[in-house]
Design a protein around this ligand. Structure first.
Ligand code: FES
Length: 101
């Protein structure tokens, strides 16, 4: 069963930046692009590197270890959508970012 859980203050995630958080036992990376907050699993499925050191390119993140790149909106690996990281719905309310986990 999923529920909305506060993950961070809205001010903690600036435009074009990311913030690693742990929510309900899940390691999640919050990212703000064009004002929208994305939440993805903070673990690369290739060899488990955290994605928090990755490079943001438009709506994707490139893993810092071996450059696998994932779409922030779907979690799909750009070279094969059979490989994905988990993505989570987010909402901003009363200055807080919540994630559906
Ligand atoms: S661990 Fe991410 S690309 Fe290898």
């Amino acid at each position: 069963m999923t529920s909305w859980t506060v993950a961070a203050s809205e001010n903690d995630v600036k435009e074009g930046k990311m913030k690693p958080v742990e929510v309900g036992g899940s390691r999640i990376l919050l990212i703000r692009i064009d004002g929208e907050i994305f939440a993805i699993e903070n673990r690369c499925p290739h060899m488990n590197c955290p994605l928090q050191g990755g490079i943001l390119l438009d709506h994707s993140i490139k893993c810092s270890c071996h450059s696998w790149t994932f779409d922030l909106r779907t979690g799909a690996y750009v070279a094969s959508d059979k490989i994905k990281v988990n993505v989570y719905e987010t909402q901003v309310m009363d200055g807080s970012i919540s994630v559906l986990v």
